[in-house]
Ligand binder design. Structure first.
Ligand code: SAH
Length: 463
């Protein structure tokens, strides 16, 4: 982020606009909504600017900006569209300690102006660092459509009432009070009886919130999918939006966490090499403790929570503590990996079953029904298989698998960094080592990519 967004308090501050044409007029239209004291410098201003001056809404100086004019100004805008004059203005502004903005000149400016959706006091500012004005316009249009016009008055009345809501305990109860007000109660009161009705509805809502029995905490065990935020379900997004506490694994990447409520408490229970490691018991206790305090806890697990995610153990702990829970399914890594190689996990006349196996369990390398997995035509998705590739290979060959069995490793499935490595059972460990596969990966046994995106190793005919 080169340009850091802030909202500047311009109440009573001086703002100078140099220029008197269309560009200056456009800038003034926005500035007139602020509480700044605006001065315009221009020998030959547009009639609209003269009109604003006549109404006393700005001070008009019919001359060019001179040294000393910008004293105590917060912002100086150069809106002449003439490079030499704008550079002179920038110098005067900066020497006076003001922030300088030259319209349509990114590098000549100390800040850039975002596109605005104005529901004062709720203001949405949209910036693209100057890279994609078209995109900013379309986001603005969508946001304009999404935010009710009534948001402004509702927010203003809410501000008057904010102190009284401190009677509610901070946290979820207050949030739920405001959610109820903004989502339903406020808009419907405004629609039926205007601002007066909103003002009389608010104390009622407060009483209802105080006598209403406080919700007990609960835990949502949510599948975060393979890593790309696009592959979250809508329900997962809603839970992330509402969470008080988020307990997540190492495999849940930052872009997914960025979608969660910013005020939520984030707890990383992922095991890291050398770092502190959370035992399953400690994780179970953590969920129970926070839910007992009334928090809405989101236990975020990569992929689907019910696939190699120790889900049952956490549900048992919550049941034992009498805490409400729900499971929100997610896209498991094997599904994302199969999509990434353009293959289906099952196929009529080839395999009517598919196995999801882990190569590791609490005892180390996991034993499986190797004969079944080695059978011709069978498809297996191996989770946590990288470290055990040689073991897998040995067991499968021992149980009669074809050395030429196609094997596909999909690293970082469902993420931008996805890589596909196509090999055969006989070459599996070497191919993984050569490919430097280090990220999370699914190994498909008995499945080759539809269209090879990988650098093909010695060609393998598909079984
Ligand atoms: N519950 C998860 C699996 C957790 S076990 C799910 O449903 O996907 C962790 C293993 O999942 C990793 O060792 C790796 O084999 C696999 N995995 C997780 N995310 C992955 C991804 N983005 N790409 C490939 N494999 C992934």
């Amino acid at each position: 982020m080169r340009h850091f967004p802030i909202f500047l308090d311009l109440r009573g501050r001086r703002v100078i606009v140099c220029g008197g044409g269309e560009v200056a007029c456009a800038k003034l239209r926005t500035l007139m909504r602020s509480e700044a004291r605006v001065s315009v410098f221009c020998p030959d201003p547009h009639p609209a600017i003269e009109a604003l001056a006549a109404e006393g809404r700005l001070v008009l100086q019919r001359r060019w900006l001179a040294e000393g004019d910008a004293l105590c100004a917060a912002i100086v805008y150069g809106a002449n569209g003439a490079a030499a004059e704008d550079a002179r203005i920038a110098g005067i502004g900066r020497r006076a300690g003001a922030l300088v903005n030259i319209v349509d000149d990114l590098d000549g400016s100390d800040f850039i102006s975002p596109a605005l959706v104005d529901r004062d006091p709720v203001v949405v500012a949209i910036g693209t660092e100057g890279t994609a004005p078209v995109l900013a316009r379309s986001i603005k249009a969508e946001t304009e459509a999404r935010l009710p016009q009534a948001l402004g008055p509702l927010a203003r009345i809410a501000a008057e009432f904010r102190k009284r809501v401190e009677a509610l305990p901070p946290g979820r109860q207050r949030r739920e009070f405001w959610a109820r007000y903004f989502d339903h109660a406020g808009p419907s009161a405004l629609a039926t009886g205007g601002e007066t009705a909103v003002r009389s509805r608010l104390p009622e809502l407060l009483v209802e919130a105080r006598v209403g029995t406080a919700d007990p905490g609960r835990v949502s065990l949510v599948g975060a999918g393979p890593g790309d935020p696009d592959l979250l379900t809508l329900r997962a997004r809603q839970r992330l939006d509402a969470a008080d506490v988020i307990v997540h694994d190492r495999l849940v990447p930052q872009p997914v966490l960025d979608l969660a409520r910013r005020e939520a408490l984030f707890i990383d229970v992922g095991k890291r090499a050398g770092g502190p490691s959370w035992g399953q018991d400690a994780i179970d206790r953590l969920l129970v403790v926070h839910a007992r305090r009334g928090a809405h806890v989101v236990r975020l697990k990569s992929g689907d929570p019910g696939v190699f995610g120790r889900l049952d153990e956490e549900l048992d702990a919550l049941d034992a503590a009498g805490i409400d829970w729900e499971v929100v399914p997610g896209v498991t890594a094997a599904a994302a990996a199969a999509a990434g190689i353009g293959r289906s996990l099952t196929r009529r006349d080839r395999n009517s079953a598919v196995s999801f196996v882990t190569a590791e369990d609490r005892n180390g390398q996991a034993e499986q029904d190797w004969r079944a997995l080695a059978a011709p035509g069978h498809v297996t998705a191996v989770y946590m298989g990288l470290r055990s590739a040689r073991f897998l290979q040995g067991r499968l060959l021992l149980h009669g698998a074809d050395p030429a069995l196609p094997v596909t490793a999909v690293e970082n499935a469902g993420r931008p960094a996805r890589r596909i490595i196509e090999t055969t059972l006989s070459q599996l460990p070497e191919a993984l080592a050569r490919g430097g596969v280090a990220g999370p990966a699914i190994l498909f046994l008995g499945l080759a990519p539809r269209a090879s995106e990988a650098v093909p190793l010695p060609a393998v005919a598909e079984a």
